[in-house]
Design a binder for this molecule. Sequence first.
Ligand code: AMP
Ligand code: ZN
Length: 507
Amino acid sequence: MGKQRASLRGFRPSPFDVRLLALNFVDASVTSASRNQMELKVFNTLSRSVEEFTPLDPAGRKVGMYCCGPTVHDYAHIGNFRTFVFTDLVRRYLEYRGYEVTHVMNITDVEDKIIRKVGESGETLKEFTGRYEKAFLEDLDVLACLPSHKRPRATEFIGPIIAMIRKLVAKGVAYQAADGSVYFSIEKYRGCGCCYGQLLKLNFDEMRVGDRVASDEYEKESVADFALWKARVPADGDVFWKSPWGEGRPGWHIECSAMSTQLLGSSFDLHLGGEDLIFPHHEDEIAQSEGALDYGDGERFVKYWLHGSHLLVEGKKMSKSLGNFFTLRDLLEKGFNGREIRYLMLSAHYREQFNFTIDGLHGARAALDRLDECLHKLGELAAGETAEAESELRTRFAAALDDDLNVSAAWGAVFEWVREKNKALAEGSVTPAAAAAAIAAWQRINAVLGIAAKEVSVPAEIQALAEERVAARKAKDFARSDEIRDQLAADGWVIEDTPKGPRVKRA
Ligand code: AMP
Ligand code: ZN
């Protein structure tokens, strides 16, 4: 495992990707003027239809995006990562189109499951959640998901959470019950003319007024007043905060309402998550935010709700009892790497249920080999030449993603391009300038796809020379150090001195 992880840690952006990051790269060809011709369209769960994406920002540049983050009670599974890779695609594509995105992903570090497990572990809340938060962030990095600009932890937002509950109580849509907990009153909320059931049609005839649900997760059949603040009980151990309603802890749903509106404002553009979050989590987020904050005519909490379909494994819902449950780390131990897993997760449209199989991962490896080989040949031909990116691939790629982020069609365009390039390469009809233009086009679209350059394994004797050079430099034997560098160069290798030490790569 350690060895495997070590090699995956080498899953880095290519030097070109790094340059793009350093330049805070925006595809200049996709300016707001050209956006008018090719509009980005997304499926909005609120309207249950595909809509043109127009940011709330009057200047049309800034986009606020909130994605419900992990509940850090265990290692995240590959279903979770399907959703996070999907949100990474959305963020990268918006940036490619020139939007200035503020991406917020929270860490849910206090909720029912966590409290239960902390009690069993004997650790403090911080020790317990810290371990899984760290693992989650490492996994995201392996999958080349860009870190969110802000990563609020629920436990660091208790003040804003209490303030929001206070507002709901003051407005008469929340109340403290005899058990000491504070609940959101669906009846009172609806009585104010507000709509509960914006994302999902609900049958209120079957609901008994005042029924309450204390747990963070519940089915739509049990729609009932839900907990905002849960009064402290012995099983909570040391996990509690003081509040105007006594000691206790927040409910899961209010955490996201408070964190998202604190960091992105009372109205923001995009809210993302997996389809299981539609009800009750997101429905309750809407009710809490729109119940507590003041919205003008036509204003609302979130403009576009995007939900990713679930990942199945070998056609079945993942479950430990069926033996088809995988964390990312399980797949790494099987010898697959982050780029293969990311590619596979990005091969299907986000609204399609995705059937994950080990065969699929082998297929991903083969597809990436085809792509790598073509890029390698183009790279050899271009040999240091620079050129403007050719436009055709990018046009086809953008047309696919504009169509509700149709990433499978985008890959279709990429592999069609690979076929055409391979044919032209075989015919000898690609000039160095054309090869450079092709590579530049790939690098532009790969700012969205995020497929890292293939790591080339370094032969042992080359590695040994590199290590000898480190020792020579330490001993201030610069003549020997230069001699080794020249010898490596003659063999086609360069040494890059990075903050983490020297890295040997192909010249
Ligand atoms: P959780 O850590 O349980 O709060 O989940 C984190 C994210 O993973 C949420 O957006 C969930 O909707 C999503 N998720 C959970 N299970 C799956 C699955 N099988 N496929 C895709 N996404 C999932
Ligand atoms: Zn959430």
